[in-house]
Ligand binder design. Sequence first.
Ligand code: ADP
Ligand code: MG
Length: 350
Amino acid sequence: MSVIIKNLKKAYNVVVLKDINLDIPQGQILGIIGKSGAGKSTLLRCLNGLEQPSAGTITIDNQSFTGVSDSQRRRIQQKIGNVFQNFNLLSRLTALENVMFPLKLLKRSSHVSRSKAMELLSLVGLRGKEHTYPNQLSGGQCQRVAIARALIGDASLLLCDEFTSALDFETSLEILELLGNLNKQLRITIIMITHDMAVVREICDEVCVLDEGRIVEKNDITSILLHPQNMVTKSLIRNLVNKDLPHSLQDSLLQNPTAKSTAVLRLFFSSQAAGEPIISSLVKKYDSPINILFGNLDHIRETAFGCLIIAIPYDVSKMNAIMRDLDHKDVSAEIIGYLPQQGGSLWPNS
Ligand SMILES: Nc1ncnc2c1ncn2[C@@H]1O[C@H](COP(=O)(O)OP(=O)(O)O)[C@@H](O)[C@H]1O
Ligand SMILES: [Mg+2]
């Protein structure tokens, strides 16, 4: 289903969503990312009809979802599946019964819903687990049951709120892969909300950044990662990169440089720039030692990108020139912090 949001506002005692405009084509996977309290869950609750917007309109598949009768809204709601952080499974029902539950509420024939639920459980990789209870399933398996349940009404729009928060990273990746496959096979539109850039970069086509009730940036995931514009986006990416740094180093990173500090830079470049001797040419041109702290090949969906974290003795004028040079080479560079000492060992515990 396609979703068009126009001038959406939501206020309780305070204004939570200020002026949201979004155009989500059928089949897209959109990531909405932002810090805690930004208004993400509120936006999602407006989209699934649990909340009424204070102003603005939502159009789903060319049909009005706001300012319409309850029955019209419910008809659209039936095609919207929801996946939550805590799975929200009923503990006294088996996996199969949980998946069938929405149809039971609609008083559909249990014979038909049973075979449909069996089919969906096998689609999400849970064949053989039909009669298992939630407390005997792992977190990842519970989330699979919840996804199957979200799809039982032939949902063509899936809304996911922080749905990987209760899972470890490996399991999150498996669930993301499952969602990616469902998106391809069933052509469902997916809107996922998270505070974690590591989640959206795995499968999202487009990403928008929500901050204090406004969308402050929206772009394809590659552009967001390579050329973030907004401060909030940059800080969310910094969190992503900081996970790659050794803990001892993370802990000693300072926000501001001191007289003799070392700047730690994150470089992010596409496969074209990866062929060039970027580091050695910087060393030569600026006569500056450069330490590589971390390097890997990163993937954004199917494209390979290089990521390097380097340390350079801090010097204001050199630093600005280096940043300009990198920019010309189409390398996205950002100073992610400073280490207190210059020279000597960069590694506090070595
Ligand atoms: N039902 C409500 N009544 C009053 N304030 C609310 C309600 N729901 C959310 N808020 C407020 O709206 C803001 C955004 O909340 P939320 O949408 O949950 O953010 P996020 O999901 O991005 O963390 C918060 O300041 C929160 O306190
Ligand atoms: Mg939330």
